[in-house]
Design a protein around this ligand. Structure first.
Ligand code: FUL
Length: 506
């Protein structure tokens, strides 16, 4: 009896299930040279986001507020020689910004507290190039303070963009600039309550003295972790990855686990994001960043999810002449499907105008887009289906609207599965939504969906990665039966939610 028990324990120990079913690893893991390709793939499948990254991902929609001296000089990049007196919004109303963003479904807003011109929207003690020398409120105003108060009032999360490149500071290009930057970060992270995202831009050109700066990123990161540990550090930071374009379109195959070598944040080129070059080997712009072939060569792996930034207008700052070029609700919706719907967070820029308000055209299109999303997503047709699973339990978890409950296959060896949805009557839909439970890891590599046309299963959608959220659109399907096939997964797949929706075409 005893021997049998020992043998059972022993065989359990050596069974592939035990070998593969490792514990979740949070955020980052190194890989030793003797690990096999299978072990590395299993490790990747068990890598999960840090809590701050999970919170961030679940917000889905973040608004970028590019506002500053450029708003008044009608420029995209200021050179730091602007007269601070030019900054004079006549009717600045941060409640209007935050309420507009909230009504449009955003959960977090990020203010350009300082852009490349070095002009600060808060009265920093460390520079004269700020609101304190403007005509606005006789130099007594503080945009950060007003915005923080509005965020508190409307229950919105707040983030800051602090440009490392500063074309005004005399210290730029010297070691003292890193201290200056630390001082400014400290002001922002201690005077305005909770900050949930710190955004460091990749642009790094010359300062007023013609020198380029070696940024002490390590020191900056440490300070953020110490002062606001729940904040994610984005782009030139270790928590959130720039998706690689400024078009609002993410990758079809978007892995949140990528080789950590690609995380090196050393930026060696000037210009806008798209010109940034990262060293040594990290490719932020490739078609796929975390494939099996890529991760098995890695020295370390990191949970490094994509943020997809784009502006509602052609420029990042407000310009009167672009009022007829504000993205329409339909265009915003396409951006949503190709950012949030491709395992990313959408960072949509909505630049306040010279009056200090979000322009009417912008808020109108935002509201129309929010209504479109509501009309599509308020009814999950899959909820009324009877669900059959080829493996695993808990079919109800798939449509209960609760991200935390989830389906998984019965063993880690079951990397393929079929889930069949049957309806009592024919159903019409043209959108499929899948969500993996990323608290367990990102695993699905290939899936497709078919419907029963009365005679055969007809494929209507297919994809590679799922991640936090994957949205697919297709011509309207009218059927009583749908099959979702997971064709390949790095470990037992999970799904928190499956949705079929009907989007009106007008
Ligand atoms: C770029 C900047 O140069 C643009 O002005 C803008 O802030 C964009 C989000 O990032 O690198």
């Amino acid at each position: 009896m005893m021997l049998k028990k020992q043998l059972t324990l022993l065989s359990l120990f050596f069974s592939p299930f035990i070998l593969f079913a490792q514990k979740p690893i949070e955020y980052y893991t190194t890989i030793s040279p003797n690990e096999s390709a299978n072990q590395i793939i299993n490790k990747a499948a068990n890598l999960v986001p840090a809590q701050r990254q999970l919170n961030w991902q679940q917000m889905e929609l973040t608004a970028f507020l590019h506002f500053g001296i450029n708003t008044f000089t009608n420029k995209e990049w200021g050179d730091g020689t602007e007269d601070p007196k030019l900054f004079n919004p006549t009717n600045l109303n941060t409640d209007q910004w935050v309420k507009t963003c909230k009504d449009a479904g955003f959960k977090l807003v990020i203010l350009t507290a300082k852009h490349h011109d070095g002009f600060c929207l808060w009265p920093s003690k460390y520079t004269e190039h700020s609101v304190k020398n403007s005509l606005w409120k006789n130099g007594k105003g503080d945009v950060m303070k007003e915005l923080a108060a509005s965020c508190k009032k409307f229950g919105m999360h707040l983030g800051v963009y602090l440009s490392p490149w500063d074309r005004n500071s005399k210290l730029y290009g010297t070691e003292a600039y890193n201290d200056y930057f630390i001082n400014q970060l400290t002001e922002l992270l201690t005077q305005y309550g909770k900050i949930d995202e710190v955004w460091f831009d990749g642009a790094n050109g010359e300062g007023p003295n013609g020198k380029k700066q070696e940024y002490d990123f390590g020191r900056w990161y440490k300070l953020i972790r110490q002062l606001q540990p729940q904040a994610v550090i984005a782009v030139m930071g270790p928590d959130v990855r720039w998706v690689g374009t400024e078009t609002g379109r993410g990758r079809e195959t978007e892995w949140s686990v990528v080789p950590a070598d690609a995380q090196s944040q050393e930026n060696i080129a000037a210009g806008s994001q798209s010109n940034v070059i990262y060293k040594p080997s990290g490719d932020m712009m490739g078609d796929v960043l975390g494939s099996r072939e890529q991760i098995i060569k890695a020295k370390a792996l990191v949970w490094y999810p994509a943020e997809t930034d784009v502006s509602i207008r052609p420029g990042w700052f407000y310009h009167d002449k672009e009022n007829n070029n504000v993205k329409t609700a339909k265009q915003l919706n396409d951006v949503y499907f190709s950012s949030v719907g491709r395992n990313g967070v959408l960072l949509l820029n909505i630049p306040p105008n010279k009056n200090g308000l979000i322009q009417t055209e912008d808020s109108l299109h935002l509201m129309q887009w929010a209504a479109m999303r509501y009309n599509t997503f308020n009814k999950n047709i899959a909820k009324s289906a009877t669900i059959q699973l080829s493996s695993g339990k808990h079919p109800k978890a798939l449509t209960d609207g609760n991200y935390h409950t989830f389906w998984t296959s019965s063993s880690s060896k079951d990397t393929m599965a079929t889930i069949t949805f049957s309806f009592a009557t024919n159903q019409k839909f043209n959108v499929l939504c899948l969500q993996e439970n990323i608290k367990v890891g990102q695993r699905i590599e290939k899936f497709n969906a078919s419907y029963w046309n009365g005679k055969n299963w007809e494929p209507f959608a297919s994809g590679t990665t799922v991640g936090y959220k994957r949205l697919l659109t297709f011509p309207e399907i009218n059927t009583r039966k749908v099959q979702l096939n997971i064709l390949s997964s790095r470990l037992n797949p999970t799904l928190s939610e499956v949705g079929f929706y009907f989007e009106k075409s007008d």
